[in-house]
Design a protein around this ligand. Sequence first.
Ligand code: ZN
Ligand code: ZN
Ligand code: ZN
Length: 298
Amino acid sequence: MSQETDTWVHVPEVFSARINGACVCGAVRWSYDAPFSSMLHCHCSICRKHHGTLFATFVAGTLDTFHWRAGTEKIATWQSSAQGRRSFCTVCGSKVPTVNLDARQVFMPAGALEGELGIRPQMHLFTGSRAAGHTIHDGLPQHEAYPPEWNSPGPPTAARPVRAGVTGGSCACGRMRFELEGLPFRMHHCHCGRCRHARGGAHGTNVIYKIEALRYTQGESLLADFDLPGARFFGTSFCRECGGAMPRRSTSRGAAVVPIGSLDSDPRIHPLGHQFVASKASWYDITDGVPQYPEAAA
Ligand SMILES: [Zn+2]
Ligand SMILES: [Zn+2]
Ligand SMILES: [Zn+2]
């Protein structure tokens, strides 16, 4: 072995690329020049409700290379706690980046970004408030709340009591509440680009009930519906006040499509599978052993 080989040191190349992000309706667009500084999954109830997902995934980076490209006039911001703010597109309800001017930082919903990010999730936060029945299967570090060195209590829980005998849910701000009568007939994880952009997470997870099962018990006047032009079925429903993902009445299918994160009680159903894994996020590995379908699940 030559001296040269012995002393060779591998210097990792820094990933640099322009990364584009957009909401599902396309009104709000932005770009970020990588590298990112961190990436994490958050299981807190505010994130779950805002995104409608089992957990949310964010990437963070410096404001210096972040640019809004379109649609800032369509963005609404909800004050989720004394320090916390969440932004969403008022047309489609997709989550969009939150900018922290003081810290010169930007937090982006990872599912709304295109292509390779040059970073992978580093940890799970707030596993103490993770969704009912949800088990984490990957080997990433798990924190019940924020890691102690962050010295912050984090957001308060948004889980709300549910009447006995029904499955219940609410939006992130709590102005909207709903109940579901009886059991759902299907649940799946969806990795299609539309679900990733609309939810801003690794994938959407929807619980499907008969349309008659859904009843809004509070705040229905705040419900916003968005139908994606050109799509046969795709649409979103959300709270106008907070942007929280809400159940959607699909009259053409006679179904109520309930984002799992909106629920305050266990829907008591197992997922049928992961569908559209052919369009899965580059940074997400499926590790739960649930069946995978490249396109729509059977
Ligand atoms: Zn939009
Ligand atoms: Zn969170
Ligand atoms: Zn709300």
